[in-house]
Design a protein around this ligand. Structure first.
Ligand SMILES: [Zn+2]
Length: 609
């Protein structure tokens, strides 16, 4: 998000603490690098990995350091497994019904709070043992630095909105991609590595640690739980009734100010109220919902000092681990039931089933007690717009907040999708997600359900390297075109890919293959060529065609003449007038705009083996 006002505030606050000499490190000194600098600095990649390896060497029976992939620039992607009794094998842990928590840090490598809090948490679980009880039932997998290449683009000018540390990494990876927009399309090597890690561990809960942009307020810890569409109802209920109240109470008791994720409708006028967004499949916490797992997004407030943020992040992680240990049996059961429900629903086509692809905030609002700071608004001579500036005094105001997200587009899941073999890039994305795919053994053609898409518009400015069909800012609410369900006979060569829906991660396939989904392959531009007209008639050739068609068909002539008389724009557009006939002739390409992926209501008769 954007905020020029914050810069001025940071300057005014004088955020840089006086330099201190870090005390000399001894073998018994287990302070984290951030603690040793009194939270002025955050460690570089090498120093971070040295610290986790030092902990692992001191507690080999409880900590295992794994490499789960490589970045574009060749850095190792590291995860740290913490297990009370040295069981590090995910399959054995699943068999034993022990819940696994995956904590991801530094996907935005300027936002370091999670990394430094996880180093302290790791130490406190296995070295000082002050948090050893958090490992009673739960096994923790920590990614200290996910966006490792971005992390090493280190400097003091990477986070203009943020109050420390002195230097930090950069938001995106080495190819300038935001990894937290890549979970569905899976283009970055980091995402491929992450998906393999995810499928190997299949965690029971996922946390993604960030630092905010946006407004100023009293909260230092803000969070949301599993706001993606298509969430399992029993898992939602458990999170709302059992997780959220515990986090709120526990973090508040530690002296931090906890609140929900704050999205003001207008950052320059808090009284306009809060907005509400779903977490889309492109985001880490939105993606895991499609995998039937709870996902927590933590956003530490950018203007709080670094010590407050790192310790606040530590507190919410501890609180979550406490709930996971307390409710271990329930959590593992709910996750297994959520998986089983998806598999069971996928076994047969149910035309009345509805999977929500898009949601929007309800018109109905509820009051939200917003803990902000006193502020003044004035017309700025710098920007020419209203400038909001905050004073240090707390202000508690009640503002409207949409009561819920409501479904605006839902589809019935098919029994299976079928993707023609030649769409290799799109198929590779399905494979990267670990979906079970089957290949046809011979050419097959059949009448299948699909879509014909019209009125598509591509953004002129690219987004994550794509000219997408949605507004990047309001992706959940916008799609430029219309995809109308049609039944057409399509041809599928041998080796076409069938994606059966009776599998655990079936929702991932739906989000990728339903064209009007907010993160579909169509919306991201993967099927663009389907919507390009490849043959055309020269004007003087179509002119002759038009005259012949009218001579043979007086009704067509009448229709054309009426259109010319009634529609000024049409009448004044020679191309449209000729196109009127070309589109009605057998020369017109019937496959133009026809989505090549089929929705099967049964897999009987499909040549699979
Ligand atoms: Zn972030």
């Amino acid at each position: 998000m954007k905020s020029i006002t914050v810069v001025l505030l940071l300057v005014a606050l004088g955020t840089v603490a006086p330099a201190q000499t870090p005390s000399t490190k001894s073998a018994s000194d287990w302070r984290t690098p951030a603690e040793r600098s009194d939270y002025r600095t955050t460690p570089r990649y090498d120093e971070t990995m040295a610290y986790v390896r030092r902990v692992a060497a001191a507690a080999p029976g409880q900590v295992k350091v794994e490499v789960f992939g490589k970045t574009g620039e060749g850095r190792e992607l590291v995860d740290v497994v913490v297990s009370r009794d040295g069981v590090f094998d995910p399959a054995a842990l699943h068999r034993a019904g022990r819940p696994i928590l995956l904590i991801q840090n530094a996907i935005h490598a300027g936002e370091m709070d999670g990394k430094d809090s996880c180093l302290a948490l790791l130490r406190d679980m296995v070295i000082t043992k002050s948090q050893a009880r958090l490992l009673e039932r739960v096994v923790v997998v920590i990614i200290p630095i996910y966006n490792a290449d971005g992390h090493e683009r280190f400097g003091p000018y990477n986070r203009i909105n943020q109050n420390g540390p002195e230097e930090m990494g950069w938001r995106v990876n080495a190819t300038n991609l935001n990894l937290n927009r890549d979970y569905m399309k899976a283009e970055a090597p980091e995402t491929h590595a992450w998906l393999k890690l995810w499928n190997r561990w299949l965690p029971d809960f996922f946390v993604d640690d960030h630092v905010t942009d946006g407004a100023d307020y009293q909260y230092d810890v803000t969070y949301s739980l599993s706001t993606g569409a298509g969430n399992d109802p029993a898992l939602i209920e458990w999170q709302q009734k059992n997780v959220a109240p515990y986090l709120d109470k526990s973090v508040a008791a530690s002296g931090h100010v906890i609140g929900p994720l704050i999205f003001l409708t207008d950052d320059a006028d808090p009284t306009k109220g809060m907005d509400r967004y779903p977490s889309l499949p492109r985001f880490a916490d939105g993606y895991v919902v499609l995998e039937n797992r709870p996902g927590m997004l933590v956003e530490m407030h950018m203007l709080k000092d670094y010590k407050t943020r790192v310790t606040g992040n530590y507190e919410i992680l501890c609180a979550l681990l406490e709930v996971m240990n307390r409710d271990a049996v329930t959590l593992v059961r709910l996750n297994r039931e959520a998986d089983a429900a998806v598999v069971a629903a996928g076994k047969r086509f149910n035309p009345s089933a509805k999977f929500p692809l898009r949601t929007a905030p309800s018109k109905e609002t509820e009051p939200f007690l917003y803990h902000t700071f006193k502020y003044t608004r004035e017309l700025s001579g710098v920007s020419g717009q209203v400038w909001i500036h905050y004073a240090p005094e707390p202000l508690d105001i009640t503002i409207p907040h949409p009561a819920r997200l409501e479904t605006t587009l839902a589809v019935a899941p098919p029994r299976a999708y079928i993707v023609p073999a030649q769409w290799t890039t799109e198929i590779e994305v399905l494979a990267a997600h670990g979906l079970q795919l089957e290949r046809t053994t011979r050419a097959w053609s059949a009448a299948v359900d699909t879509y014909r898409c019209t009125d598509l518009k591509w953004n002129a400015q690219s987004f994550e390297g794509h000219h997408v069909m949605f507004s990047p800012q309001f992706a959940a609410r916008s799609f430029s075109g219309h995809c109308t369900p049609v039944r057409e006979t399509l041809s599928f060569p041998a080796g076409s890919v069938v994606v059966p829906m009776d599998q655990r991660a079936a929702k991932v396939a739906m989000e990728w293959l339903e064209p009007e989904g907010p993160d579909s392959a169509v919306a991201w531009g993967y099927f663009d060529a389907v919507f390009e007209q490849k043959e055309y008639g020269e004007d003087y050739v179509v002119e002759k065609l038009a005259r012949d068609m009218m001579a043979k068909d007086p009704k067509l002539r009448e229709e054309f003449e009426q259109r010319v008389a009634a529609d000024k724009q049409f009448a004044g557009d020679p191309k449209a007038r000729l196109d009127f006939f070309y589109r009605r002739s057998p020369w017109w390409d019937r496959e133009l705009g026809l989505y090549p992926v089929g929705r099967l209501t049964t897999i009987e008769g499909v040549p699979l083996r």
